[in-house]
Design a protein around this ligand. Sequence first.
Ligand code: CDP
Length: 230
Amino acid sequence: MKKIIIAIDGFSSCGKSTMAKDLAKAIGYIYIDSGAMYRAVTLYCINNNLFNPDQSVKENELKAQINNIHITFQIDLSSGNPHTYLNGTDIENQIRSLEVSSHVSTVAALGFVREAMVKQQQQLGINKGIVMDGRDIGTTVFPNAELKIFVTASAEIRAQRRYDELKAKGENISLQDIISNIEQRDQIDKTRAVSPLRKAEDAILLDNSHMSISEQKEWLLTQYHLHTHA
Ligand code: CDP
């Protein structure tokens, strides 16, 4: 069967990665979480003291070091899910913290960071057979992707999902902090100058506010079959 590129974009915490990961497993495609790459650059900045006291990025220093940042993915044998590596170290858990979440959209708004990440993402898709999720996959990274989905859900539901996820991992945070973080990131993502978050004209809109994980998996599989059997 012909291999295609599947681009899944949308707002933060609306379950994009769960659906993208499930679909990739079901159809034997590679799954790439592009957000994890921006999160990895953010962790690099935190670890290397690249934030100013006002939380802006020390741009010249990051620019000088951007080619030292090597991000790779490897399947974790115990969970079967891909883990993100920064310069050879597994950072999958660290990049999901609220500290990284609260800085990531500032880092992801920088043009030279996006340029470096988009280049790597396009390289990963060169043989197709890939599901990638993010904010600009259908618009900038793979404008010719055969199947594009734009996911959204109400802000309260997204915050509750992220709260449950972080609670399950033992992070002690308030729902209010998560709501503020989600609103702040959405705002930065929508209004940045380079590749702002928006639905590609040819993307299919999915509001999954009232869908279970298995319902959305089913829905996505149907879309995949429609696009590969056409
Ligand atoms: O998991 P969640 O949807 O909350 O976020 P993520 O996919 O891990 O992405 C984290 C942040 O990276 C987003 O809020 C964006 O600021 C940025 N991002 C981006 O700019 N472009 C992408 N293709 C993916 C993520």
